[in-house]
Ligand binder design. Sequence first.
Ligand SMILES: *Cc1c(COP(=O)(O)O)cnc(C)c1O
Length: 378
Amino acid sequence: MSASEPIQMVDLKTQYQAIQSEVEAAIREVLDSNQYINGSAVKSFSNHLATYLKAKYVIPCGNGTDALQIALMALDLKPGDEVITAPFTFIATAEVISLLGLKPVFADVDPDYFNLDPKDVARKITSRTKVIMPVHLYGQTAPMEPLLALAKQHGLVVVEDNAQAIGADFTYRDGRTAKAGMIGDIGCTSFYPSKNLGAYGDAGAIFTQDEVIGEMINTIANHGSKVRYFHDVVGVNSRLDSIQAAILDIKLKHLDDYIARRQAAAAAYDRGLAGIPQVKVPARAPWSTHVFHQYTLKVTEKRDALKEALQAAGIPSMIYYPVPLHLQPAYASYGHKKGQFPVSEQLAEEVISLPMHTELTPGQTDHICATIRQFYNV
Ligand SMILES: *Cc1c(COP(=O)(O)O)cnc(C)c1O
């Protein structure tokens, strides 16, 4: 890419060009096979992802939102059962809880790592609580050991929303490690094109080590059916199509390299933004590697003016997320009030995500950092 090309928030074009011939050959193979649904490409990708994650069961599905919904459907929950999750996330996490007639109960997040605060989770547990659903926001895992301890103590299931952290490595205090999504009982992910492992359309997957849950998820995703035209439970139709699977199978081979490129861009940002009093670069949790789905700053002064100054310099940026879920009109019926989740509310005012993808050049990160330094006169 030449220096004069515009900086993208996510550059899918250059990444595609690097694997274009491989991808096009794989798509042609699916077309020639005529197995557009449940073809061998789906099996191949599921097996390779299972190896990568060290998962016994990988169930591919239509998208990340479906993955979360199917995971909850597999748990034999009753209307009104409570699922604890963060209000500082994408709507999908809470949406599926509500759609199934369950009650989303929010717990606030940690101001440094942006993920569920186990102390607040503990305060929100009631006799109706059945599930804790941590979100591994921006690319590093929630503090899973205290969350798992709470789950064990209260007999709860842990479902990880791993849409943003595929490939991140979690380290337990005893030194064992696990891939993000393989720490709780069920992991869910999205292969939306801009995610770290992105398809060229919609796609998602669910993973687990538990045989009973794995079989149930497989059945639910397939119209509640194990044998065609025989239906054990009410399920859904959520499938990964063969063309997307073939593309993902190729991109999975590059995932660790893609992560390394994101980490290199993050390190360049860290260096370029050091010592600006109004800017806090992303804190790294001691228990997780960071795969930088987003590189998100906390800025304590003039966040929105900074966004405009970046825009004027040809630099895109995004606010993930401007309104915490408890203050969204969609959740007005729960009667949440401003001030109820102070950390999430403050983060919504302070965060700004910079361009982050596998194709960022040192020239681009330098230009972005220089623009921010100039804005704050540092
Ligand atoms: C992207 C995302 C989802 C939803 O994935 P889709 O494939 O778009 O349905 C869910 N949760 C989080 C945190 C996400 O970032």
